[in-house]
Write a protein of this length. Structure first.
Length: 184
């Protein structure tokens, strides 16, 4: 199978199920952003500080492929064998957050992203996740989307925030609190 098909040369692409849509369609924006997020998760997974979390991060990447397939499916088509998300996928993220939170100082202020390059990569992944979530919500307002897709992205962005804090803690990076000007 060749990588190039030339079928998209006029600015359209096929969804799963065969429906052709513009490459500027909201559905493509949503699953394209999920694909971008998946690449950033791979980048975060490759950070040495995450050696013990590689398997979980790989599972998250797998779930993002499932989520992307769901978003890439034409809403009016009955496509078989589309991978799905399950409640236990959300529970896995929640459990991981709870475990990491046990070892972190309480959060009293917003924090500024940064402190270490690896932590910054995780914050970038978090913000891309939030964009994927927003795009999916906009799409959901126009076409049916399984609500678990939105819930998963919401929970994943929370996970990435806690992971960034945990990575910073493990790396001995300073966590800089944001306080409005004039506040001590």
């Amino acid at each position: 199978m060749k990588i190039y098909t030339k079928s998209g040369d006029k600015g359209t692409t096929a969804l799963l199920g065969g429906t052709r849509v513009s490459k500027a369609h909201l559905r493509l924006e949503a699953y394209g952003t999920v694909d971008e997020l998946n690449s950033y998760i791979g980048f975060v997974r490759d950070q040495e500080v995450n050696n013990s979390r590689r398997d979980l991060l790989k599972q998250i990447q797998d779930r993002l492929f499932a989520l992307g397939a769901n978003l890439a499916t034409a809403p009016d088509k009955n496509v078989k064998n589309i991978p799905d998300l399950k409640e236990e996928d959300l529970e896995l993220l929640e459990k991981a957050m709870d475990e990491m939170d046990k070892e972190l100082p309480p959060l009293r202020y917003f924090i500024l992203p940064g402190g270490h390059q690896a932590v910054s990569f995780c914050h970038i992944a978090r913000t891309v996740c939030r964009r994927a979530e927003r795009n999916t919500v906009v799409l959901h307002e126009q076409e049916p989307i399984a609500d678990i897709c939105i819930r998963y992205l919401n929970r994943l962005s929370d996970y990435l925030f806690v992971l960034a804090r945990k990575m910073g803690h493990e790396l001995g990076a300073e966590e800089v609190s944001w306080r409005p000007r004039g506040e001590k």
